[in-house]
Design a protein around this ligand. Structure first.
Ligand SMILES: [Zn+2]
Length: 287
């Protein structure tokens, strides 16, 4: 059923990365730049992520012996340096996720570029290297963003949705691997309730919401695909939800046929098989 299947390493059936975007209170500060810092319910809702949920998630990854990927806005890395440090110390990857969760589509190319570079400097200073992957806030990558990633020799993007397998983006400036997300494997639809950014959803029971991620996995597992839920510590890292998620993940780890890896390793693997990948073309801006 997959048009562009890949044979994963060591006879594994699925390549998986349970990715978390640690947005924290960058969300409310970006949505309400004048008084976001005064909106304590939304600030603390976000702050719960790096301070309570991430230690919980890191403990699960330590117990399972896996390294995974976190995307963190650079503002959040600076506001919560212990979170970035703990993730790095455990061998996890940190990807570029904007400066303060600004939506690239709401900015001029110049504004976006300035904030992108500012975030890059934070990554280099705090992690000792340029990130190899990028995910746009709200997945809103533009042709300008993709050009910038290629210019900075990023290995992969994780914002666009032309396939469910890793694929190759061909842009006027060059190529980049895409590790595609989609809304069905994102935890905002089942769990988010955030009026200030126009996101009011009927919050679902933990087992009900997490069923999305389980059924996505079952399809990837059946067809030898790629599994990459896009989760947020302040949503799926909540006690009851993480308890359900962790219990399910335990059964996956026990089965032993899943290749759990940070996205950069999956992107490297895909890049080495470039000719087997689906190709999606991005046109010249203005074309
Ligand atoms: Zn985000």
């Amino acid at each position: 059923m997959l048009l562009h299947p890949l044979t994963w390493p060591d006879g594994k059936r699925v390549a998986a990365s349970i990715t978390f975007d640690i947005d924290a209170d960058s969300l409310i500060r970006n949505a309400c730049p004048q008084d976001g810092h005064l909106r304590l319910p939304q600030v603390t809702q976000g702050r719960y992520g790096p301070t309570v949920a991430v230690p919980r998630i890191l403990e699960t990854w330590r117990r399972f012996g896996v390294r995974q990927t976190f995307f963190i806005p650079a503002w959040t890395m600076e506001a919560y340096p212990a979170t970035a440090e703990a993730s790095l110390k455990a061998g996890h990857e940190i990807g570029h996720h904007s400066w303060r969760h600004e939506d690239p589509m709401g900015l001029t190319d110049e504004q976006e570029g300035e904030l992108f570079e500012r975030a890059l400097e934070t990554h280099v200073r705090m992690t000792g290297r340029k990130p190899r992957g990028y995910r746009a806030p709200v997945y809103n990558a533009t042709p300008g963003v993709i050009a910038r990633l290629i210019g900075h020799e990023f290995l992969y993007d994780s914002s666009l949705q032309a396939d469910e397998m890793p694929y190759l983006i061909k842009a006027p400036q060059g190529e980049i691997i895409e590790l595609p997300p989609h809304w069905g494997a994102d935890d905002w639809p089942p769990f988010a309730h955030f009026e200030e950014i126009g996101y009011l959803m009927p919050v679902r029971a933990p087992s009900d919401g997490i069923r999305n991620f389980i059924e996505e996995f079952e399809a990837a597992h059946t067809h030898g695909g790629f599994y990459m839920p896009v989760l947020h510590p302040f949503l799926t890292g909540r006690l009851a939800r993480w308890m359900v998620m962790e219990r399910w993940l335990e059964t996956i780890f026990e089965a032993g046929d899943v290749w759990f890896a940070p996205l950069e390793e999956i992107a490297e693997f895909a890049k080495a098989r470039r000719d087997e990948l689906r190709v999606d073309t991005i046109e010249e801006p203005g074309a």
